[in-house]
Design a binder for this molecule. Structure first.
Ligand code: GLU
Ligand code: ZN
Length: 296
């Protein structure tokens, strides 16, 4: 038997634009945590949503990671090379009779899907439809987040039967991410708190198909001065990589770490070694998370 390391982490950017400060913080947190635990750190490019992508953004992200000294293990996995596996997972769910086609518009659905199309059949549909996963009872998911503590969500109340293949034919993020975290043997996920809300759906899906559930830790979202999340969609400024050291030091501070100023004179590899040696995940701040997922 091949022995697997006890820790396999990953950074999984969508190539919708260059690396910005928010995504650097997520990359660094998952990197430091993996190295601290003597684990592997993988990079996966989540390129399954062409309408949102920017040509060449994957290369820009990869170059920035290299510039920052954030070297990954193994080769980079592109989700666009995994469509066959997503199709297989979809048909597995269909065989379990858990899928139904939905022709509702976004406006009709609102925030929580109320099951309007649950009785519909795939045959005889000549209009575009999305595919939703039928939630069973009970649909309450709880997990212990390493940085946020115990969180819980009742999927029925918070989201309802959710989309796993979109109306435009693309696979939903929830399906692809679950397939790939399993495929790559990911044991620890460290990512932005904006994804906590998705984690409940991902764990639900893992349980249905009997995949392992990795450990999760969600780091605070980096916001701009007006409190909005930095994202490629909101045109967060591209990182100024003229001093990768200063980017790394700022990112460490955003994670509650206390790198001394004079680290700026080190090579990035030495700076990162400092980060690994003195990694204190317990200093990562809490953040506001959706009220419907707070423990009472
Ligand atoms: N690709 C997602 C994003 O860039 C992150 C996926 C994940 O970490 O699970 O927001
Ligand atoms: Zn519907």
């Amino acid at each position: 038997m091949i022995s697997q390391p006890a820790y396999i982490g990953r950074f999984a950017p969508s190539p919708t634009g260059p690396l910005h400060f928010g995504s650097l913080v997520a990359a660094l947190a998952s990197y430091l945590d993996a190295r601290y635990h003597k684990g592997k750190w993988l990079v996966r490019i989540e390129d399954i949503d062409p309408p949102r992508e920017q040509p060449g953004a994957d290369q820009l992200i990869i170059q920035s990671l290299e510039r920052l000294g954030l070297y990954w293990d193994e080769s980079i996995l592109y989700q666009s090379s995994r469509l066959e596996a997503y199709r297989a997972l979809l048909s597995e769910l269909r065989q379990m009779d858990l899928l139904f086609p939905c022709t509702c518009s976004r406006k009709e659905v609102g925030v929580v899907y109320r099951g309007k199309c649950r009785q519909k059949h795939f045959r005889s549909l000549d209009m575009p439809y999305s595919i939703r996963l039928k939630l069973n009872n009970p649909s309450s998911i709880e997990f212990h987040d390493r940085f946020q503590g115990k969180v819980r969500q009742n999927l029925k109340d918070a989201v309802g039967d959710f989309v796993i293949r979109r109306k435009d034919g693309l696979f939903a993020y929830q399906l692809a991410v679950v397939a790939d975290d399993e495929y790559q043997g990911i044991t620890h996920i460290v990512r932005g708190a904006d994804l906590i809300d998705s984690t409940f759906r991902q764990i639900y899906l893992q349980q249905i198909v009997r995949y392992r559930t990795p450990g999760y830790g969600h780091i605070p979202i980096i916001t701009d001065l007006s409190g909005n999340k930095l994202s490629k969609q909101s045109y967060a400024p591209e990182l100024d990589l003229s001093s990768p050291q200063s980017c790394l030091i700022s990112a460490m501070r955003a994670l509650g770490q206390n790198p001394p100023n004079d680290l700026i004179h080190l090579a990035v590899s030495d700076l990162l070694s400092w980060g690994v040696e003195f990694w204190k995940p317990q200093q990562i701040g809490q953040t506001s998370i959706p009220a419907n997922s707070m423990m009472d």
